[in-house]
Design a protein around this ligand. Structure first.
Ligand code: HEM
Length: 84
C-alpha cells in the first residue's frame, strides 16, 4: 500500500530526490495501461524543474505537511504555500 514510498523498496522514501538511482516507481502506472504521455511528461518536468529550482532559493513550506485533498484517486496537496 505504500506504493512509491515503500521503505522496503526505496531508501529514505519520503525524501524528494529527482536524482534517485534505480527509481522503478509506479507514477505512470505499469503493464498494458502504462501512461502513453510519460515521455512527454518527463520532458516537461525536466524543463520545468531545471528552470524553477535555481529560482527557489531558500523557499520553505509554510505548512509542513501541507493540507491534503480527501481523495484517494487524486492524492496531493490542496495548495502549497511557500515562504521566501
Ligand atoms: C506527470 C504527468 C502524468 C502522470 C503522473 C500520469 C500518470 C498516469 C498513470 C498512473 C496512468 C495509468 C492509469 C491506469 O493504470 O489506469 C496513465 C495513463 C495514461 N496517460 Fe498519463 N500521466 C501523466 C501525463 C500524461 C500526458 C502528458 C499524457 C498525454 C499527452 C498522458 C496520457 C495518458 C494515457 C492516454 C493513458 C492511458 C493509457 C492506457 O490506458 O493504455 N498522460 N497516466
Amino acid at each position: 500500500a505504500a506504493g512509491n514510498r515503500d521503505p522496503r523498496r526505496f531508501t529514505d522514501p519520503d525524501r524528494f530526490d529527482p536524482t534517485r538511482a534505480d527509481n522503478e516507481h509506479l507514477g505512470f502506472g505499469s503493464g498494458i495501461h502504462l501512461c502513453y504521455g510519460a515521455p512527454l511528461a518527463r520532458l516537461e518536468a525536466h524543463f520545468a524543474l531545471t528552470a524553477l529550482l535555481p529560482r527557489l532559493g531558500t523557499a520553505e513550506l509554510v505548512e509542513d505537511p501541507p493540507p491534503y485533498r480527501q481523495n484517494a484517486m487524486l492524492r496531493g496537496p490542496r495548495h502549497l504555500t511557500l515562504r521566501f
